[in-house]
Design a protein around this ligand. Structure first.
Ligand code: ADP
Ligand code: ADP
Length: 226
């Protein structure tokens, strides 16, 4: 269960620049929602505030009716996947995927079971002993997804996860992420500047511009800028 409520959220950075203004949104449990808009419109900032990686200047964030503003990232039950994968280069795929669980003192046999299971879902079982530098871009992004899956988070945040992949792989991974959403039955929040991705992946789209929500609607009802 994970519904989110973002109430009048504003982010003003230290220099005084307001990147997100009065953001209001209710996200339903198990929804696949997209934040779309041009570079610099405040998508990542919003996602990072949900993850707890960025302080909320004004407003409230609730997850399942619990106020989250002052909850540290580790205790939010949220996983985030980044565009640049953010894998640890000195660790194997197994160790990368196991790392978050190890930090949380999950027993070793359970770690092994969870990592193996996630690796099977993503088709990367044969890569567990490799280091990230010996992987392709698509494989690296699967490892990043795997690292998030093993934690069984309530909310899955993705920040332009496919932007570094070539066009063909991007199309393939869109479908895979859609399947993953169905399988995991968790809330997905997905950030992209790519309109095709936005229109094909989510059940609802939030269009942002200059830190402000312009529209919130289903893909079929949405009018996107040309
Ligand atoms: P998007 O994800 O839509 O590309 P961001 O949320 O990354 O947009 O950035 C929104 C705006 O906030 C941009 O103008 C960006 O330059 C600015 N910004 C992002 N991070 C910081 C920061 N740490 N300090 C000051 N300004 C920032
Ligand atoms: P340690 O803390 O002892 O160094 P690791 O984090 O390296 O342990 O590994 C944790 C557990 O996961 C160990 O039982 C190890 O055998 C197992 N393991 C490590 N790599 C793999 C792999 N590629 N496939 C399956 N199990 C693995």
């Amino acid at each position: 269960m994970a519904s989110l409520s973002l109430r009048n959220i504003t982010k003003t950075y230290a220099g005084g620049f307001t990147a997100v203004k009065d953001f209001n949104l209710e996200i339903e449990d198990k929804e696949f929602i997209i934040f779309v808009g041009p570079s610099g419109c405040g998508k990542s900032t919003t996602l990072r505030m949900i993850a707890g990686l960025e302080e909320i200047s004004e407003g409230e964030l609730y997850i399942d009716d619990q106020l989250m503003n002052d909850v540290v990232p580790k205790d939010r039950d949220i996983a985030m996947v980044f565009q640049n994968y953010a894998l640890y280069p000195h660790m194997t795929v197994f160790e990368n995927m196991a790392f978050g669980l190890k930090l949380r003192k999950v027993p070793k046999d359970e770690i092994k079971r969870k990592v193996t299971e996630a690796a099977q879902i993503l088709g990367i079982e044969h890569l567990l002993d490799r280091k990230p530098k010996a992987l392709s871009g698509g494989q690296r992004q699967r490892v990043a997804l795997g690292r998030a899956i093993v934690r069984n988070p309530k909310v899955f945040l993705m920040d332009e996860p496919l932007s570094n992949l070539d066009a063909k792989l991007r199309v393939q991974m869109r479908t895979e992420i859609g399947k993953l959403h169905k399988k995991l039955e968790t809330t997905f929040i997905y950030v992209t500047h790519d309109q095709t991705e936005a229109m094909t992946m989510g059940s609802r789209i939030v269009v942002m511009k200059d830190g402000i929500i312009q529209q919130v609607d289903t893909p079929s009802n949405l009018y996107l800028y040309p």
